[in-house]
Design a binder for this molecule. Structure first.
Ligand code: HAM
Length: 420
């Protein structure tokens, strides 16, 4: 081991496990590409102010978990703790919403940073695949996104996950509910921090995991009993579309998300094999965010799925991921001249789309064959001095051990045909 280690709360993705991450990223994003979402990439850092306004001044994410820095030029920046504020900022900046084609559907994949207490499934650097549908208020869009996420998890082979669904109301009905909830909470026996939270962000108190608090929350007023007629009708539409698609959900009237921008539909996917960090993905509608960022009214909905936790969930269920593009053929040269010839064959194979590798570092036959076996390749292409003189190479099936000579000048065609 060297003197250096990965920073606390982070870890390195290393083969072979890293292949599962690639497969999960691909599996979570492929359905979005088939559903009209275009790829967007934004910087890894943004102005602190964007997240303070977007995610919410009083959220844990903004008050405790942001990695902030002041540049030499005096700019206050933060490593992005989430993607929605950035994506909306970029869409507004590029005037995507003015193209006359709403909703603007975007997907993204990347690294996010939160200074959290490290725990299994909770990291300071993690990966998300996300999707945002910007600029229309349509329950079918909420349903589309939820269905795409549920289907993506299923297609990866995940089974033991549940979908929790709630509505957080809108600017018509939430303020009244908030006041009612505050009144209820002020009557409870709470510590100072929690009492402060009641004044700033009372909905978050519903999410308190401590038994002493939970006990007192039975009988707390719930948003679902205070939804205005429009929000209630909207929520019914989302539910019936999910029902029709055969997507099972549980109503969770206490589901409060850790970000302040949500309105109406909110949801979370949880996996039962992960312990306390069970949320493998989440999202919802955020109809007021654009205006909070100084843009026009653009009702929107989106989600982000956690790549790290999805990998953990697959491992917990013992589900393997298909790993494409493993080495098909591994070249084993014996001697200097063979090395040069096979290097050329491997290059040609790769150019023809065959996954090929070579024993590097001047290894002898025995060691080179060990590498071939470890590579997981189906075939070894062996070239010794005698073969070279005969103009052939030996193609060895590493599964059966069967070995057949193939003409050197036709090796590429032959190997390609064999690997189908
Ligand atoms: P979020 O619930 O904060 O939502 O994060 C989404 C997912 O990212 C979580 O369900 C979890 O799987 C993963 N995740 C979050 N924090 C960590 C962590 N510290 N370590 C490992 N995984 C983590 C958002 O970020 C919203 N931007 C989602 C959204 C998009 N809402 C609307 N559009």
């Amino acid at each position: 081991m060297s003197t250096f280690q990965a920073p606390k709360g982070t870890y390195d993705l290393i083969p072979p496990r890293s292949a599962a991450f690639l497969a999960v990223r691909e599996g979570l994003s492929a359905p979005l590409r088939r559903a009209g979402y275009g790829y967007i990439e934004t910087p890894g850092f943004e102005s602190v102010e964007l997240f303070a306004r977007g995610v919410g001044e009083s959220t844990d994410i903004v008050t405790k978990e942001m990695y902030t820095l002041t540049t030499k030029g005096g700019d206050e920046l933060a490593l992005r703790p989430e993607g929605t504020a950035s994506v909306l900022r970029a869409a507004l900046e590029a005037n995507l919403h003015k193209g006359g084609n709403l909703p603007v559907k975007l997907w993204y994949s990347g690294s996010y940073y939160r200074y959290e207490r490290q725990q299994k499934g909770r990291y300071r650097h993690f990966s998300q695949v996300g999707a945002e549908a910007i600029g229309s208020e349509d329950p079918a869009l909420d349903a589309e996104l939820i269905i795409l996420a549920a289907d993506a998890y299923r297609a990866l082979g995940l089974r033991d996950f549940r979908l929790l669904l709630n509505s957080l109301g809108d600017r018509a009905c939430r303020p009244g509910y908030r006041a009612t909830l505050q009144e209820f909470l002020r009557g409870l026996d709470l510590d100072e921090d929690t009492r402060a939270r009641v004044e700033i962000n009372p909905l978050r108190v519903l999410d308190d995991k401590r038994e002493s608090v939970r006990r007192q929350l039975t009988g707390a007023p719930l948003m679902r009993d205070h939804l205005c007629a429009e929000c209630a009708a909207y929520h019914r539409r989302v539910r019936s579309l999910l029902d029709a698609a055969g997507v099972v959900y549980e109503d969770d009237p206490r589901l409060v998300r850790g970000l302040d921008y949500y309105t109406r539909t909110t949801f979370e996917f949880v996996h039962d094999g992960l312990g306390s960090q069970s949320a493998i993905g989440g999202g919802g509608r955020y109809d007021g965010l654009s205006e909070m960022l100084g843009g026009p009214a653009l009702p929107s909905v989106g989600w982000a799925l956690g790549v790290d936790r999805t990998v953990l969930a697959l491992e917990a269920e013992g589900v393997g991921t298909e790993v494409p593009d493993g080495t098909g053929v591994f070249a084993v040269p014996v001697g200097e001249e063979a090395r040069e010839v096979l290097f050329g064959v491997v290059t040609a194979l790769r150019r023809e789309g065959v996954a090929a590798d070579l024993a590097y570092g001047g290894k002898g036959l025995k060691n080179a064959m060990k590498s071939a076996n470890r590579s997981g390749a189906r075939y070894a292409l062996i070239l010794g001095e005698r073969d070279l003189a005969d103009g052939v190479a030996q193609l060895k099936d590493l599964g059966t051990g069967e070995q057949t000579p193939v003409p050197l000048d036709g090796a590429v065609t032959e190997v390609r045909a064999k690997l189908g």
